[in-house]
Design a protein around this ligand. Sequence first.
Ligand code: ASP
Length: 350
Amino acid sequence: MKSPNQHVLVIGMGGTIAGLAQNPKNPSAYRAGQVALEALIVTLQSSNRVAQGEIRTQQLASIDSRDLSDALLTQLGLAVRAALDNPLVLGVVVTHGTDTIEETGLFLDAVCSKQAERLGKRVVLTGAMLPSNHPQADGPLNLQAALHWAQMDLQTCPAGVFGIFAGRVCLARDLAKRHTSDLNAPLRDALSSPIHLINPSWLARIRRIQIDSGPDMPIPAEDAWPWVEILTSHAGARPETVLHWQNQAIQGLVIAGTGMGGVHAAWLKPLHTLAEKGVAIAKASRVGAGHVHLHLPETDPAGWVAAGSLTAPKARIALQLALYAAAEAKLGGKSMTWQDFFARIAVLPE
Ligand code: ASP
């Protein structure tokens, strides 16, 4: 039984779910992050789609998620952790723009999924592809589903960090926008399940991943995120693109490689030089699906890591967290490397 004051906390970040079209005749031209979260919830409640009084809101940001920053991720991670620790909070929903929801999904999974599992609570990310005043706005249904999922019984699905769009649910770490306009753009059918008829093999995979995944990673302070960039390998790549980084304070590079993480020959020498100077290199793929393995199809330089199933933007977050965790471990006299921490996030059952 719920006790009084127990509630779901909805944290608002902005995005299209809070977007407004200025001209109703052209509802696809709009600005993200214009409507207060409170107003979105009131709209749901006034149409009786959620019970009154079971929701509290925290407007953390009102941005277009293309402008997401490291500092905001820190604030969000700390807010979610605090909410999970609060006995009055039954679950957490995060409303977020879809452009960078994959970064936030991977981040929250890495920094608080074990805490959520331990406390038997869920964190659910959602958003929308159409602005709030579009005649077919998808935000209300997504938000309603997320609120439901955040409180659903633990027998049906374990606690953890999830994403919900267009009637489907996936692990938040599996979110990745793969279409510019489809309503289900942020999740892939193969990695998700319908919310109303949970797919047993999807559920089995979730349980396997939860058993295999390591402890939560530390959250960097707002100004302590390591500088990591993404470079996409492509036809006609020039060494200058990599050489540019030689005299910068960059700490890591993610290569969004061709195919299984291939790097243009013109980049190999400058990348070696960067790695020798201590820059961490992770190879991912620009393909958008599938895995990248180390030493496949050819031997990789010593010290590099492969991103597994992580897309390049997710691998970038993972590398930042890994570099930060390794620096913290060193301060604490422990000898784990950034490669060890990166593997903790990237290497999961396929
Ligand atoms: N540009 C928007 C955002 O990411 C897109 C969306 O939310 O769907 O904030």
